[in-house]
Design a protein around this ligand. Structure first.
Ligand SMILES: Cc1cc2nc3c(=O)[nH]c(=O)nc-3n(C[C@H](O)[C@H](O)[C@H](O)COP(=O)(O)OP(=O)(O)OC[C@H]3O[C@@H](n4cnc5c(N)ncnc54)[C@H](O)[C@@H]3O)c2cc1C
Length: 475
């Protein structure tokens, strides 16, 4: 029996897996392979929270493969060295894999391809998106940079391919190649780094793996989706799907999600808005494909001369620690650090506060999110930061400065703030979202002083941001 390799990456599942499906359909014995190639990813190798997720997701995939008579071969190192070695040792002549969309991964695939040239074939498939970047075009055949027409054209085009079933059996090779153990990948925070508590917090919040992804989606479809259009903006409620890490690691595919939502019917605006968010994910990948520099540099050129502050180290540390003195911002930053996730509305508020009130470059926030989010995704994270900072394609206008006080009332974030900022939980609703007063003001009497004074006064921060923007506009 001939042998092939199925190379997994951000597709850690068995259901609706085009590369695995093709590998099994070929009739070959299949070697499922995962490679941790930090050198190829460079500065965009998975951050701490993502590594924690990855560890558990690989364990789950390995168990699922074993239940089908197969195994997951793990390896740490350079893909262009490992893949040819494993293929030569096992006599495999075909490599099945999904296309990855990060700029670094294109170079990686190029190196793998050169290393295999003349010896083996590489078959690539679209497995992590509804449509490949470049497939959704404008009427005139051009690539798209504005979300609304992109969504319209995606929905008007050919529907995504049908979802594929989970294989019932995966033929095993006569001999398994040697691999590394999961522990040897060293993905969990070590006791030396003092970050074990961090992982404990994440473990309390998440079930990782394909089965958990489907259960989370089932729960969401069971009810939340019907009022998602309004509940998605309320941080105090579980009003969103919380599928982002499952989607990022490919434990559930967007194609499966799309078809299940459509089968259920777009009977209310909750389902429609949810589908729009899935398409925002597609749009972010479209942008990253068109602008590979998006994680590092602004898409709008004039922002390369934006007068960011350079003396911001202390303010950045306070923002990261959830000690800015603005309760809603601090609640978000603490939720992030404790659980590896932050509510979307609060992501926008915390990001706006960093880039506008504090005038700290968006790349600093992007980098912190990269390390602390379990759903850290190169396309969605960089597009999200550029959107909030006002320098992205189709971005929020720069003059839109989220008000970190009124947004709390507007989106009923009272329980959320009380949960994450317990120092001020005793305040009444009226002053809950305001910074602590520094004198004989509104809150001084009711607080023990443990909650910090604000890093900046809201109107001053807002004005400073707007005048910085004026400088690049008029330059
Ligand atoms: C500054 C900033 C940084 C962000 N960084 C990331 C990131 O690293 N990874 C990430 O997955 N999302 C990111 N987002 C988008 C969004 O906040 C999260 O996808 C969402 O909060 C995840 O929660 P959920 O799964 O409950 O989403 P739901 O509201 O249930 O949405 C369903 C799915 O749609 C996708 N989605 C939703 N909103 C967006 C969006 N604005 N852009 C792209 N995809 C979206 C996600 O895959 C999400 O799981 C960021 C947003 C901002 C403003």
């Amino acid at each position: 029996m001939a042998t092939c390799v199925c190379w997994f990456h951000l597709d850690l599942r068995l259901t609706d897996h085009p590369a695995l499906d093709a590998a099994v359909a070929s009739g070959d014995a299949v070697i499922p392979l995962y490679i941790l190639d930090d050198d190829a990813a460079g500065k965009w190798q998975p951050g701490g929270a993502s590594r924690w997720w990855l560890h558990h997701s690989l364990a789950s995939l390995a168990a699922d493969l074993e239940a089908l008579g197969s195994r997951l071969v793990l390896a740490r190192g350079q893909a262009e060295e490992i893949i040819p070695r494993i293929m030569a040792a096992s006599g495999a002549t075909t490599l099945h894999t999904h296309t990855r969309h990060e700029p670094w991964s294109r170079d990686q695939l190029g190196r793998v391809s050169s290393a295999l040239e003349g010896r083996a074939r590489i078959n690539t498939y679209t497995g992590t998106l509804l449509k490949s970047p470049g497939q959704v075009l404008s009427k005139t055949g051009n690539r798209m940079r504005v979300f609304t027409p992109f969504k319209r054209n995606l929905l008007a085009g050919e529907p995504p391919r049908p979802a594929l079933p989970r294989p019932s059996r995966i033929p095993a090779p006569a001999a398994w190649p040697e691999g590394d153990s999961l522990d040897a990948l060293d993905l969990l925070p070590s006791s030396k780094s003092g970050q074990q508590d961090w992982a404990t917090g994440m473990a309390a919040h998440w079930q990782v793996g394909e089965a958990a992804a489907h259960s989370a989606f089932d729960r969401f479809l069971d009810g939340t989706i019907d009022h998602y259009d309004t509940s998605r903006d309320l941080p105090s409620e579980i009003g969103t799907s919380r599928l982002s890490p499952h989607l990022h690691f490919g434990e559930i595919s967007p194609v499966s999600i799309y078809h299940r939502v459509m089968e259920r019917g777009l009977t209310n605006s909750g389902a429609e808005v949810f589908l729009s968010e899935i398409i925002w994910r597609e749009f972010s990948h479209e942008l990253l494909d068109q602008f590979p520099f998006m994680p590092d540099a602004p898409l709008r050129n004039e922002f390369s001369r934006f007068p960011w502050r350079d003396d911001y180290a202390d303010d950045l540390a306070a923002w990261q620690a959830g000690r800015t003195g603005f309760p809603l911002v601090d609640a978000g930053m603490r939720e992030l650090y404790s659980t590896g996730w932050m509510h979307n509305r609060v992501r926008m508020i915390t990001a706006s506060f960093l880039t506008k009130h504090l005038l700290i470059p968006w790349q600093e926030g992007e980098r912190w999110f990269w390390d602390t989010l379990v759903d850290a995704d190169l396309a969605s994270n960089s597009a999200g930061w550029q959107w909030v900072a006002g320098c992205g394609a189709d971005a929020s206008p720069y003059f839109r400065v989220f008000n970190p006080i009124t947004q709390g009332d507007k989106f009923s974030a009272h329980d959320y703030v009380r949960r994450w900022v317990p120092e001020i939980a005793g305040r009444d609703d009226r002053g809950l979202f305001s910074p602590r007063d520094d004198g004989a003001g509104l809150f001084a009497a009711s607080e023990d002083g443990t909650y910090p004074l604000p890093l900046v006064d809201h109107p001053t921060g807002r004005e400073r941001a707007l005048s910085a923007f004026q400088r690049i506009k008029s330059a």
